[in-house]
Design a protein around this ligand. Sequence first.
Ligand SMILES: Cc1cc2nc3c(=O)[nH]c(=O)nc-3n(C[C@H](O)[C@H](O)[C@H](O)COP(=O)(O)OP(=O)(O)OC[C@H]3O[C@@H](n4cnc5c(N)ncnc54)[C@H](O)[C@@H]3O)c2cc1C
Length: 339
Amino acid sequence: MGDIKILEHQSLRAYNTFGVEAKAQWFTTFNSTEALHGVLSARLPIAFILGGGSNLLLTRDVPGLVAKNEIGGIQIESETDDAIVVSAGGGVVWHHFVQWCVSGGYGGIENLSLIPGTVGAAPIQNIGAYGVEIKDVFEYLEALELATGVIRTFRAADCHFGYRDSIFKNQLTGQYCIVKVAFRLTKTRHQLKTTYGAIQDTLKEMGIAHPDIAAISEAVIRIRSSKLPDPARLGNAGSFFKNPEIEETQFFALQQAFPSIVHFPTGDGRQKIPAGWLIEQCGWKGKRTGDAGCYEKQALVLVNYGDANGHEIYALAQDIMDSVDRKFGIRLTPEVNVI
Ligand SMILES: Cc1cc2nc3c(=O)[nH]c(=O)nc-3n(C[C@H](O)[C@H](O)[C@H](O)COP(=O)(O)OP(=O)(O)OC[C@H]3O[C@@H](n4cnc5c(N)ncnc54)[C@H](O)[C@@H]3O)c2cc1C
């Protein structure tokens, strides 16, 4: 089992990308399933499993044990001439995994370049960007049930993936630690997704007419670096809210009142409205209360200008939710896990 070192009253400031102060009653790390079993044998109440802390807002000190997943390793599980199944430990940094795959010539996750966080957290909200979600390439995951220590394999159908959603954010919240995730990627005939967002424009700027997966990864990195604040310089957790999906009847009524409303059909008779547009229309973009603010370049991102605490950021989020609700009759929901 090795040595398990459990710290008391550990500051989590360096472990969350908002950079807010909060203390964990107990804190530990583990780098293997055996080590995690050792952590569980201490019989302390587990508050939550921590990855890169890039989808968290800590609004208070945390009672119980925060256990940080540092399980490493990338492995080829099987391959044919055309396809490959690659798995990674839950603590592997997501972008390192993407880079490893892109440089090996394995396609499917290049559009997800530069998303912060760990491989183990990626299935929890079915991370997505620029027209790709991990459910598109997901093969299986292994998760350790915290109550029993038993490892269970989840296939895609078991995960109930949805838009920024999975069973791990619903029925199974807090019950499992995802220790390994496997992806099915392409070795030939890559299904490039270049139609979304600014990818085409950026490829043009790069002078690339026939992109490969490395070029798409590079384009995504350029777009993201110019659009999103770097948490190392300005605390944030990416998009704070989900883009709401509304029924068409509600949408048509809103379109009457707000003809410029931005919308995307979801394909199932509903319309997705960019939360950033709704927030901007309510005048929040660039607004700041103390050190908590709504990012000047992208209203969907809430930022910590320095010493905001999680409570202040959450109060700002609630004010934004209330004002969007008053103006549009739409209740935004946070994408970020508020603790
Ligand atoms: C600048 C920026 C840009 C972002 N852009 C995107 C984007 O384009 N698309 C997108 O989808 N997301 C985006 N995000 C959100 C974030 O990167 C993802 O949600 C990421 O998957 C979170 O990983 P993490 O390791 O940091 O998770 P954490 O923040 O550490 O944890 C998030 C939740 O998952 C739980 N958890 C973490 N690891 C495990 C595990 N191994 N087993 C069980 N539970 C676990 C935690 O308890 C917590 O509830 C962005 C964030 C930032 C800061």
